[in-house]
Design a binder for this molecule. Structure first.
Ligand SMILES: Nc1nc2c(c(=O)[nH]1)N[C@H]1C(S)=C(S)[C@@H](COP(=O)(O)O)O[C@H]1N2
Ligand SMILES: [Mo]
Length: 519
Protein backbone atom coordinates (compact mmCIF):
# COMPACT_ATOMS: atom_id res chain seq x y z
CA UNK A 1 0.00 0.00 0.00
CA UNK A 2 1.58 3.31 -1.01
CA UNK A 3 1.58 6.48 1.06
CA UNK A 4 -1.29 8.16 -0.74
CA UNK A 5 -3.54 5.11 -0.39
CA UNK A 6 -2.71 5.01 3.33
CA UNK A 7 -3.62 8.67 3.65
CA UNK A 8 -6.85 8.19 1.75
CA UNK A 9 -7.73 5.15 3.86
CA UNK A 10 -7.11 7.21 7.00
CA UNK A 11 -9.33 9.98 5.63
CA UNK A 12 -12.00 7.39 4.82
CA UNK A 13 -11.79 6.10 8.40
CA UNK A 14 -12.18 9.59 9.83
CA UNK A 15 -15.12 10.36 7.54
CA UNK A 16 -16.85 7.08 8.43
CA UNK A 17 -16.46 7.61 12.17
CA UNK A 18 -17.57 11.25 11.94
CA UNK A 19 -20.65 10.04 10.03
CA UNK A 20 -21.38 7.39 12.66
CA UNK A 21 -20.79 9.71 15.62
CA UNK A 22 -22.93 12.43 14.08
CA UNK A 23 -25.83 10.08 13.36
CA UNK A 24 -25.46 8.71 16.89
CA UNK A 25 -25.77 12.19 18.35
CA UNK A 26 -28.80 12.90 16.20
CA UNK A 27 -30.47 9.64 17.24
CA UNK A 28 -29.75 10.45 20.86
CA UNK A 29 -31.21 13.91 20.51
CA UNK A 30 -34.38 12.49 19.00
CA UNK A 31 -34.93 9.42 21.18
CA UNK A 32 -32.59 9.13 24.15
CA UNK A 33 -30.98 12.44 25.15
CA UNK A 34 -29.09 11.00 28.11
CA UNK A 35 -27.58 8.25 25.94
CA UNK A 36 -25.48 10.06 23.37
CA UNK A 37 -22.53 7.74 22.70
CA UNK A 38 -20.16 10.59 23.49
CA UNK A 39 -21.82 11.56 26.72
CA UNK A 40 -22.18 7.95 27.85
CA UNK A 41 -18.52 7.15 27.27
CA UNK A 42 -17.53 10.46 28.89
CA UNK A 43 -19.72 9.70 31.90
CA UNK A 44 -18.17 6.25 32.31
CA UNK A 45 -14.69 7.77 32.07
CA UNK A 46 -15.61 10.28 34.78
CA UNK A 47 -16.87 7.49 37.01
CA UNK A 48 -13.90 5.20 36.55
CA UNK A 49 -11.25 7.93 36.55
CA UNK A 50 -9.21 7.81 39.73
CA UNK A 51 -9.92 10.57 42.24
CA UNK A 52 -6.68 12.42 41.53
CA UNK A 53 -7.53 12.63 37.84
CA UNK A 54 -10.93 14.17 38.57
CA UNK A 55 -9.40 16.57 41.05
CA UNK A 56 -6.68 17.68 38.66
CA UNK A 57 -9.28 18.12 35.92
CA UNK A 58 -11.25 20.37 38.25
CA UNK A 59 -8.20 22.39 39.26
CA UNK A 60 -6.83 22.57 35.70
CA UNK A 61 -10.01 23.36 33.81
CA UNK A 62 -12.31 24.44 36.66
CA UNK A 63 -15.91 24.47 35.54
CA UNK A 64 -14.77 23.87 31.91
CA UNK A 65 -13.54 20.40 32.93
CA UNK A 66 -16.35 18.69 31.03
CA UNK A 67 -15.70 20.54 27.79
CA UNK A 68 -12.05 19.56 28.13
CA UNK A 69 -13.06 15.92 28.52
CA UNK A 70 -15.36 15.98 25.49
CA UNK A 71 -12.65 17.58 23.35
CA UNK A 72 -10.17 14.94 24.51
CA UNK A 73 -12.59 12.12 23.66
CA UNK A 74 -13.18 13.63 20.21
CA UNK A 75 -9.45 13.92 19.51
CA UNK A 76 -8.77 10.34 20.60
CA UNK A 77 -11.72 9.13 18.52
CA UNK A 78 -10.43 10.88 15.37
CA UNK A 79 -6.98 9.33 15.78
CA UNK A 80 -8.54 5.91 16.33
CA UNK A 81 -10.73 6.49 13.25
CA UNK A 82 -7.70 7.18 11.04
CA UNK A 83 -6.03 4.00 12.30
CA UNK A 84 -9.22 2.01 11.65
CA UNK A 85 -9.28 3.30 8.06
CA UNK A 86 -5.73 2.09 7.48
CA UNK A 87 -6.51 -1.25 9.14
CA UNK A 88 -9.55 -1.69 6.90
CA UNK A 89 -7.37 -1.06 3.84
CA UNK A 90 -4.84 -3.68 4.95
CA UNK A 91 -7.25 -6.26 6.32
CA UNK A 92 -10.71 -6.10 4.78
CA UNK A 93 -13.55 -6.02 7.38
CA UNK A 94 -11.24 -5.46 10.35
CA UNK A 95 -11.81 -1.71 10.39
CA UNK A 96 -15.53 -2.27 10.02
CA UNK A 97 -15.57 -4.84 12.82
CA UNK A 98 -13.68 -2.45 15.10
CA UNK A 99 -16.18 0.32 14.28
CA UNK A 100 -18.84 -2.11 15.44
CA UNK A 101 -16.81 -2.71 18.59
CA UNK A 102 -16.74 1.05 19.28
CA UNK A 103 -20.51 0.98 18.97
CA UNK A 104 -20.69 -1.87 21.46
CA UNK A 105 -18.56 0.14 23.91
CA UNK A 106 -21.05 2.98 23.49
CA UNK A 107 -23.99 0.62 24.12
CA UNK A 108 -22.41 -0.79 27.28
CA UNK A 109 -21.58 2.70 28.53
CA UNK A 110 -25.09 3.96 27.81
CA UNK A 111 -27.07 1.08 29.33
CA UNK A 112 -25.01 1.04 32.52
CA UNK A 113 -25.76 4.71 33.31
CA UNK A 114 -28.15 5.02 36.25
CA UNK A 115 -30.45 7.26 34.18
CA UNK A 116 -30.53 4.94 31.13
CA UNK A 117 -33.93 4.64 29.45
CA UNK A 118 -35.23 1.79 27.27
CA UNK A 119 -33.80 3.35 24.10
CA UNK A 120 -30.36 3.86 25.62
CA UNK A 121 -28.60 1.40 23.23
CA UNK A 122 -30.11 2.95 20.08
CA UNK A 123 -27.74 5.90 19.48
CA UNK A 124 -24.61 3.75 19.80
CA UNK A 125 -26.07 0.99 17.61
CA UNK A 126 -26.83 3.55 14.89
CA UNK A 127 -23.37 5.07 15.29
CA UNK A 128 -21.55 1.73 15.13
CA UNK A 129 -23.54 0.41 12.17
CA UNK A 130 -23.21 3.59 10.13
CA UNK A 131 -19.48 3.83 10.75
CA UNK A 132 -18.91 0.14 9.93
CA UNK A 133 -20.85 0.29 6.64
CA UNK A 134 -19.28 3.58 5.59
CA UNK A 135 -15.72 2.58 6.39
CA UNK A 136 -16.02 -0.58 4.30
CA UNK A 137 -17.32 1.20 1.22
CA UNK A 138 -15.11 4.30 1.46
CA UNK A 139 -11.93 2.32 1.97
CA UNK A 140 -12.81 0.03 -0.94
CA UNK A 141 -13.07 3.12 -3.14
CA UNK A 142 -9.77 4.45 -1.80
CA UNK A 143 -7.99 1.24 -2.68
CA UNK A 144 -9.46 0.89 -6.17
CA UNK A 145 -7.99 4.24 -7.22
CA UNK A 146 -5.17 4.14 -9.72
CA UNK A 147 -1.81 5.12 -8.30
CA UNK A 148 -1.04 8.84 -8.21
CA UNK A 149 -0.34 10.13 -11.75
CA UNK A 150 3.05 11.63 -12.42
CA UNK A 151 3.18 15.42 -12.04
CA UNK A 152 1.80 17.14 -15.09
CA UNK A 153 4.71 18.17 -17.29
CA UNK A 154 2.76 21.06 -18.84
CA UNK A 155 3.11 23.25 -15.80
CA UNK A 156 2.29 23.84 -12.18
CA UNK A 157 -1.19 24.62 -10.97
CA UNK A 158 -2.90 21.87 -12.88
CA UNK A 159 -1.92 18.84 -10.86
CA UNK A 160 -3.84 19.41 -7.63
CA UNK A 161 -7.36 18.85 -8.86
CA UNK A 162 -8.21 15.16 -9.10
CA UNK A 163 -9.23 14.75 -12.69
CA UNK A 164 -9.69 11.04 -12.76
CA UNK A 165 -13.47 10.40 -12.17
CA UNK A 166 -12.83 7.58 -9.62
CA UNK A 167 -10.66 9.90 -7.62
CA UNK A 168 -13.26 12.63 -7.76
CA UNK A 169 -15.92 10.19 -6.68
CA UNK A 170 -13.82 9.00 -3.73
CA UNK A 171 -13.31 12.55 -2.49
CA UNK A 172 -16.97 13.37 -3.04
CA UNK A 173 -18.16 10.35 -1.04
CA UNK A 174 -15.65 10.85 1.74
CA UNK A 175 -16.42 14.54 1.96
CA UNK A 176 -20.15 13.85 1.91
CA UNK A 177 -19.89 11.29 4.70
CA UNK A 178 -17.94 13.70 6.90
CA UNK A 179 -20.29 16.55 6.08
CA UNK A 180 -23.43 14.53 6.83
CA UNK A 181 -21.82 13.47 10.12
CA UNK A 182 -21.04 17.03 11.13
CA UNK A 183 -24.49 18.23 10.04
CA UNK A 184 -26.17 15.43 12.03
CA UNK A 185 -24.13 16.30 15.11
CA UNK A 186 -24.96 19.99 14.80
CA UNK A 187 -28.60 19.17 14.12
CA UNK A 188 -28.70 16.87 17.14
CA UNK A 189 -27.21 19.53 19.37
CA UNK A 190 -29.69 22.14 18.16
CA UNK A 191 -32.57 19.71 18.56
CA UNK A 192 -31.52 18.95 22.13
CA UNK A 193 -31.21 22.62 22.97
CA UNK A 194 -34.54 23.46 21.34
CA UNK A 195 -36.69 20.66 22.66
CA UNK A 196 -35.56 20.57 26.24
CA UNK A 197 -38.95 19.73 27.64
CA UNK A 198 -37.76 20.13 31.21
CA UNK A 199 -36.35 23.56 30.41
CA UNK A 200 -39.69 24.65 28.99
CA UNK A 201 -41.51 23.42 32.10
CA UNK A 202 -38.97 25.29 34.21
CA UNK A 203 -39.54 28.56 32.35
CA UNK A 204 -43.29 28.29 32.83
CA UNK A 205 -43.05 27.37 36.50
CA UNK A 206 -44.31 29.69 39.24
CA UNK A 207 -42.76 29.05 42.61
CA UNK A 208 -45.05 28.84 45.64
CA UNK A 209 -44.78 31.71 48.12
CA UNK A 210 -42.79 30.91 51.25
CA UNK A 211 -44.66 30.59 54.55
CA UNK A 212 -41.43 31.82 56.13
CA UNK A 213 -39.65 34.38 53.94
CA UNK A 214 -35.94 34.94 54.37
CA UNK A 215 -35.08 37.68 56.86
CA UNK A 216 -34.21 40.99 55.18
CA UNK A 217 -30.54 41.49 54.40
CA UNK A 218 -29.19 43.69 57.21
CA UNK A 219 -28.19 47.25 56.34
CA UNK A 220 -24.51 47.45 55.58
CA UNK A 221 -24.11 43.72 54.88
CA UNK A 222 -23.28 44.55 51.27
CA UNK A 223 -20.14 46.71 51.25
CA UNK A 224 -20.34 47.64 47.56
CA UNK A 225 -16.60 47.68 47.02
CA UNK A 226 -15.52 47.22 43.41
CA UNK A 227 -13.92 43.80 42.97
CA UNK A 228 -15.43 42.33 46.14
CA UNK A 229 -17.65 39.27 45.55
CA UNK A 230 -21.31 40.34 45.78
CA UNK A 231 -23.03 39.24 48.97
CA UNK A 232 -25.59 37.24 46.98
CA UNK A 233 -24.15 35.43 43.98
CA UNK A 234 -26.25 35.76 40.81
CA UNK A 235 -27.36 32.37 39.48
CA UNK A 236 -25.41 32.74 36.24
CA UNK A 237 -22.23 33.42 38.19
CA UNK A 238 -22.70 30.67 40.75
CA UNK A 239 -19.93 28.06 40.62
CA UNK A 240 -20.96 24.68 39.25
CA UNK A 241 -19.34 21.43 40.26
CA UNK A 242 -20.72 17.98 39.51
CA UNK A 243 -19.94 14.75 37.71
CA UNK A 244 -22.77 15.14 35.18
CA UNK A 245 -21.46 15.47 31.64
CA UNK A 246 -24.92 16.24 30.33
CA UNK A 247 -27.12 18.23 32.69
CA UNK A 248 -29.93 15.84 33.69
CA UNK A 249 -33.28 16.89 32.21
CA UNK A 250 -36.01 15.99 34.66
CA UNK A 251 -39.64 16.73 33.93
CA UNK A 252 -41.05 17.65 37.37
CA UNK A 253 -44.24 15.76 36.55
CA UNK A 254 -42.13 12.61 36.43
CA UNK A 255 -39.97 13.49 39.44
CA UNK A 256 -40.43 11.75 42.75
CA UNK A 257 -38.41 11.36 45.91
CA UNK A 258 -38.22 8.05 47.65
CA UNK A 259 -37.61 8.22 51.41
CA UNK A 260 -36.69 4.78 52.73
CA UNK A 261 -34.09 2.65 54.48
CA UNK A 262 -33.90 2.48 58.26
CA UNK A 263 -37.30 4.09 58.80
CA UNK A 264 -40.70 3.10 60.20
CA UNK A 265 -42.66 4.63 57.33
CA UNK A 266 -41.02 4.67 53.93
CA UNK A 267 -42.87 6.84 51.43
CA UNK A 268 -42.57 8.47 48.03
CA UNK A 269 -43.15 12.15 47.45
CA UNK A 270 -44.32 13.53 44.09
CA UNK A 271 -43.64 17.00 42.71
CA UNK A 272 -47.27 18.07 43.26
CA UNK A 273 -47.14 16.84 46.83
CA UNK A 274 -43.87 18.67 47.44
CA UNK A 275 -45.28 21.94 46.08
CA UNK A 276 -48.17 21.76 48.56
CA UNK A 277 -45.82 21.52 51.54
CA UNK A 278 -44.88 24.73 53.39
CA UNK A 279 -41.82 26.37 51.87
CA UNK A 280 -39.16 28.30 53.76
CA UNK A 281 -36.71 30.74 52.36
CA UNK A 282 -33.17 31.11 53.68
CA UNK A 283 -29.76 32.32 52.64
CA UNK A 284 -26.98 29.75 52.66
CA UNK A 285 -23.46 29.81 51.27
CA UNK A 286 -22.45 26.66 49.40
CA UNK A 287 -18.79 25.70 49.30
CA UNK A 288 -16.95 22.97 47.44
CA UNK A 289 -14.44 20.92 49.36
CA UNK A 290 -12.15 21.27 46.31
CA UNK A 291 -11.96 25.02 46.88
CA UNK A 292 -8.32 26.00 47.32
CA UNK A 293 -7.33 28.74 49.74
CA UNK A 294 -8.29 31.95 47.90
CA UNK A 295 -10.44 29.98 45.43
CA UNK A 296 -13.84 30.77 44.00
CA UNK A 297 -15.75 27.49 44.35
CA UNK A 298 -18.13 29.20 46.76
CA UNK A 299 -21.37 31.12 46.32
CA UNK A 300 -24.21 32.51 48.39
CA UNK A 301 -27.86 32.29 47.36
CA UNK A 302 -31.38 32.64 48.69
CA UNK A 303 -32.91 29.20 48.63
CA UNK A 304 -36.57 28.20 48.75
CA UNK A 305 -37.47 24.76 49.97
CA UNK A 306 -39.14 22.43 52.41
CA UNK A 307 -37.26 21.35 55.56
CA UNK A 308 -35.83 17.85 55.23
CA UNK A 309 -36.37 17.28 58.95
CA UNK A 310 -40.15 17.33 58.33
CA UNK A 311 -39.86 14.58 55.74
CA UNK A 312 -37.61 12.56 58.04
CA UNK A 313 -40.05 13.07 60.92
CA UNK A 314 -42.74 11.62 58.70
CA UNK A 315 -40.55 8.63 57.81
CA UNK A 316 -39.44 8.10 61.46
CA UNK A 317 -35.79 6.98 61.33
CA UNK A 318 -34.66 4.12 63.54
CA UNK A 319 -32.75 5.14 66.65
CA UNK A 320 -29.48 3.58 65.44
CA UNK A 321 -29.45 5.34 62.05
CA UNK A 322 -26.83 8.11 61.76
CA UNK A 323 -26.66 9.01 58.06
CA UNK A 324 -28.81 9.85 55.05
CA UNK A 325 -27.47 8.72 51.70
CA UNK A 326 -28.98 11.01 49.08
CA UNK A 327 -28.89 9.95 45.46
CA UNK A 328 -29.34 11.95 42.28
CA UNK A 329 -31.01 10.73 39.10
CA UNK A 330 -27.57 10.25 37.54
CA UNK A 331 -26.25 8.08 40.34
CA UNK A 332 -24.20 10.59 42.38
CA UNK A 333 -24.51 10.01 46.12
CA UNK A 334 -23.76 12.05 49.25
CA UNK A 335 -23.58 10.95 52.88
CA UNK A 336 -25.08 13.52 55.23
CA UNK A 337 -25.03 13.07 59.01
CA UNK A 338 -28.62 12.51 60.15
CA UNK A 339 -28.11 15.15 62.88
CA UNK A 340 -27.49 17.89 60.33
CA UNK A 341 -30.81 17.05 58.69
CA UNK A 342 -32.87 16.83 61.85
CA UNK A 343 -31.53 19.71 63.97
CA UNK A 344 -32.96 23.20 63.65
CA UNK A 345 -30.79 24.41 60.75
CA UNK A 346 -32.36 25.19 57.38
CA UNK A 347 -31.51 21.87 55.72
CA UNK A 348 -33.97 21.91 52.85
CA UNK A 349 -35.15 20.15 49.74
CA UNK A 350 -34.69 23.23 47.60
CA UNK A 351 -36.77 24.13 44.55
CA UNK A 352 -35.86 27.82 44.24
CA UNK A 353 -32.60 29.76 43.95
CA UNK A 354 -32.55 33.55 44.18
CA UNK A 355 -36.24 33.81 43.37
CA UNK A 356 -36.21 31.48 40.37
CA UNK A 357 -36.77 27.75 39.96
CA UNK A 358 -33.41 26.01 40.34
CA UNK A 359 -31.37 26.46 37.17
CA UNK A 360 -31.01 23.14 35.30
CA UNK A 361 -27.32 22.95 36.12
CA UNK A 362 -27.97 23.60 39.80
CA UNK A 363 -30.33 20.67 40.24
CA UNK A 364 -33.74 21.37 38.68
CA UNK A 365 -36.28 20.48 39.88
CA UNK A 366 -35.07 19.56 43.38
CA UNK A 367 -31.75 19.57 45.24
CA UNK A 368 -30.56 19.48 48.81
CA UNK A 369 -29.05 22.45 50.64
CA UNK A 370 -27.56 21.84 54.08
CA UNK A 371 -25.83 24.80 55.75
CA UNK A 372 -22.45 23.99 57.27
CA UNK A 373 -21.40 21.02 55.14
CA UNK A 374 -19.34 20.93 51.96
CA UNK A 375 -21.36 20.23 48.82
CA UNK A 376 -20.04 16.71 48.25
CA UNK A 377 -21.66 15.45 51.47
CA UNK A 378 -24.86 17.43 51.36
CA UNK A 379 -25.87 19.39 48.28
CA UNK A 380 -27.19 16.61 46.03
CA UNK A 381 -28.66 18.08 42.86
CA UNK A 382 -31.43 16.34 40.85
CA UNK A 383 -32.10 14.39 44.06
CA UNK A 384 -34.53 11.46 43.77
CA UNK A 385 -33.75 9.22 46.74
CA UNK A 386 -33.06 9.58 50.46
CA UNK A 387 -31.96 6.40 52.17
CA UNK A 388 -31.70 6.51 55.93
CA UNK A 389 -28.74 4.35 56.87
CA UNK A 390 -25.49 4.27 58.85
CA UNK A 391 -21.97 5.52 58.09
CA UNK A 392 -20.69 2.00 58.74
CA UNK A 393 -23.17 0.49 56.27
CA UNK A 394 -22.99 2.74 53.20
CA UNK A 395 -20.41 4.88 51.40
CA UNK A 396 -21.05 7.88 49.17
CA UNK A 397 -19.52 8.76 45.78
CA UNK A 398 -16.55 10.86 46.90
CA UNK A 399 -15.93 8.88 50.06
CA UNK A 400 -15.09 5.85 47.92
CA UNK A 401 -12.41 8.08 46.34
CA UNK A 402 -10.80 8.76 49.69
CA UNK A 403 -12.60 11.92 50.80
CA UNK A 404 -13.86 12.23 54.35
CA UNK A 405 -17.29 10.69 54.95
CA UNK A 406 -18.43 13.77 56.92
CA UNK A 407 -17.52 17.17 55.58
CA UNK A 408 -18.09 20.11 57.94
CA UNK A 409 -16.95 23.38 56.31
CA UNK A 410 -13.71 24.76 57.69
CA UNK A 411 -13.20 28.32 58.91
CA UNK A 412 -11.83 30.35 55.99
CA UNK A 413 -11.35 33.85 54.62
CA UNK A 414 -10.40 35.30 51.25
CA UNK A 415 -8.95 38.57 50.01
CA UNK A 416 -10.79 39.90 46.93
CA UNK A 417 -9.44 43.47 46.89
CA UNK A 418 -6.80 44.29 45.84
CA UNK A 419 -6.82 41.52 43.28
CA UNK A 420 -3.87 39.15 43.55
CA UNK A 421 -0.93 40.18 41.44
CA UNK A 422 -2.48 43.57 40.59
CA UNK A 423 -0.93 47.02 40.62
CA UNK A 424 -2.59 49.78 42.62
CA UNK A 425 -1.76 53.47 42.89
CA UNK A 426 -0.20 54.61 46.17
CA UNK A 427 -2.42 56.35 48.68
CA UNK A 428 -5.61 55.62 50.57
CA UNK A 429 -7.25 52.44 49.39
CA UNK A 430 -9.00 49.42 50.87
CA UNK A 431 -8.38 45.75 51.51
CA UNK A 432 -11.58 43.70 51.38
CA UNK A 433 -12.81 40.15 51.17
CA UNK A 434 -15.17 37.52 52.49
CA UNK A 435 -15.01 35.05 55.38
CA UNK A 436 -17.09 32.01 56.25
CA UNK A 437 -17.72 29.09 58.45
CA UNK A 438 -21.28 28.20 57.69
CA UNK A 439 -23.54 27.37 60.60
CA UNK A 440 -20.88 28.51 63.06
CA UNK A 441 -20.42 32.11 61.93
CA UNK A 442 -17.50 34.53 61.82
CA UNK A 443 -16.86 37.04 64.59
CA UNK A 444 -13.76 38.81 63.29
CA UNK A 445 -11.30 39.03 60.44
CA UNK A 446 -7.71 40.16 60.85
CA UNK A 447 -5.28 41.42 58.26
CA UNK A 448 -1.50 41.55 58.28
CA UNK A 449 0.45 43.58 55.72
CA UNK A 450 4.08 42.61 55.17
CA UNK A 451 4.13 40.55 58.35
CA UNK A 452 3.13 43.47 60.61
CA UNK A 453 0.94 42.68 63.65
CA UNK A 454 -2.64 41.60 62.90
CA UNK A 455 -5.14 44.41 62.51
CA UNK A 456 -8.87 43.96 62.97
CA UNK A 457 -10.83 44.49 59.76
CA UNK A 458 -14.32 45.94 59.89
CA UNK A 459 -16.79 43.13 59.60
CA UNK A 460 -20.06 43.82 57.80
CA UNK A 461 -23.15 42.35 59.47
CA UNK A 462 -23.84 38.76 58.42
CA UNK A 463 -27.16 37.69 56.90
CA UNK A 464 -26.92 34.68 59.20
CA UNK A 465 -24.38 32.22 60.58
CA UNK A 466 -25.09 30.14 57.47
CA UNK A 467 -23.72 32.74 55.07
CA UNK A 468 -20.37 34.27 54.34
CA UNK A 469 -19.66 37.78 55.52
CA UNK A 470 -17.86 40.68 53.87
CA UNK A 471 -15.05 42.60 55.57
CA UNK A 472 -12.80 45.55 54.76
CA UNK A 473 -9.88 47.49 56.11
CA UNK A 474 -8.78 50.96 54.98
CA UNK A 475 -5.17 50.86 53.88
CA UNK A 476 -2.67 53.59 53.10
CA UNK A 477 -0.62 51.92 50.36
CA UNK A 478 3.03 52.98 50.11
CA UNK A 479 4.93 52.38 46.86
CA UNK A 480 6.57 48.97 46.53
CA UNK A 481 5.53 45.31 46.64
CA UNK A 482 3.31 44.25 49.51
CA UNK A 483 2.17 41.00 50.93
CA UNK A 484 -1.31 40.90 52.44
CA UNK A 485 -2.71 38.04 54.48
CA UNK A 486 -5.97 37.54 56.29
CA UNK A 487 -7.40 35.16 58.86
CA UNK A 488 -10.84 34.74 60.36
CA UNK A 489 -11.98 34.11 63.91
CA UNK A 490 -15.16 32.13 64.38
CA UNK A 491 -18.04 32.86 66.72
CA UNK A 492 -16.78 30.02 68.88
CA UNK A 493 -13.39 31.75 69.18
CA UNK A 494 -11.45 29.48 66.84
CA UNK A 495 -8.67 31.26 64.95
CA UNK A 496 -8.20 30.24 61.32
CA UNK A 497 -5.11 28.08 61.15
CA UNK A 498 -1.97 29.02 59.22
CA UNK A 499 -1.32 25.32 58.66
CA UNK A 500 -1.52 24.68 54.93
CA UNK A 501 -3.53 21.64 53.86
CA UNK A 502 -4.69 20.64 50.37
CA UNK A 503 -8.41 20.17 49.63
CA UNK A 504 -8.23 16.36 50.02
CA UNK A 505 -9.49 14.68 52.11
CA UNK A 506 -11.63 17.19 54.02
CA UNK A 507 -11.01 20.77 52.85
CA UNK A 508 -8.04 23.13 52.37
CA UNK A 509 -6.61 25.25 55.17
CA UNK A 510 -4.08 28.07 55.42
CA UNK A 511 -4.19 31.85 55.15
CA UNK A 512 -5.03 33.56 51.92
CA UNK A 513 -2.18 35.71 50.72
CA UNK A 514 -2.14 38.38 48.03
CA UNK A 515 0.87 40.17 46.61
CA UNK A 516 0.27 43.64 45.18
CA UNK A 517 2.46 46.15 43.47
CA UNK A 518 1.87 49.74 44.62
CA UNK A 519 3.04 52.44 42.21
N1 LIG B 1 -26.11 15.13 41.42
C1 LIG B 1 -25.00 15.71 41.87
N2 LIG B 1 -25.11 16.60 42.88
C2 LIG B 1 -24.00 17.22 43.36
C3 LIG B 1 -22.73 16.93 42.82
C4 LIG B 1 -22.65 15.99 41.78
O1 LIG B 1 -21.57 15.68 41.25
N3 LIG B 1 -23.80 15.41 41.31
N4 LIG B 1 -21.63 17.58 43.32
C5 LIG B 1 -21.73 18.16 44.65
C6 LIG B 1 -20.64 19.07 44.92
S1 LIG B 1 -19.09 18.40 45.07
C7 LIG B 1 -20.84 20.41 45.14
S2 LIG B 1 -19.58 21.39 45.67
C8 LIG B 1 -22.15 21.03 44.91
C9 LIG B 1 -22.05 22.19 43.95
O2 LIG B 1 -23.31 22.74 43.73
P1 LIG B 1 -23.49 23.81 42.57
O3 LIG B 1 -22.97 23.20 41.31
O4 LIG B 1 -24.92 24.15 42.53
O5 LIG B 1 -22.64 25.00 42.97
O6 LIG B 1 -23.07 20.11 44.37
C10 LIG B 1 -23.06 18.82 44.94
N5 LIG B 1 -24.16 18.09 44.38
MO1 LIG C 1 -17.73 19.98 45.74
Amino acid sequence: MNASTTLRAAAAGVAAVVLGAGLGELTAAAFAPASSPFAAIGAVLIDIAPGWAKESAISLFGTADKTALLVAIAVVLLVVAAVLGVLEARFRRVGALLCGALGVIGVVAAVTRPDAGGLAPAPSIVAGLAAALAIGSLVRRAKSLAPEPAPDPIGPGRTDAPRDPDRRRFFAWTGAAALVGVAAAVGGTLLQAGSRAAGAVRSALRLPAPVAPAPAIPDGAELRIAGLAPLVTPNDRFYRIDTALLVPQIDPAKWSLRVHGMVEHPFTLSWDELLKLPMRESYATLTCVSNEVGGDLIGNAKWLGHPIRELLARARPHADADMVLSRSVDGFTASTPLDALTDDRDAILAIGMNGEPLPMAHGFPVRMVVPGLYGYVSATKWVVDLEVTRFDAATAFWTTQGWAPRGPIKLASRIDVPRRGSSVPAGDTVIAGVAWQQHVGVSAVEVSVDGAPWQRAQLAPAISADTWVQWHLPWRAAPGDHDIRCRAISRTGQVQTAQQAPPAPDGATGWDQVTVHVT
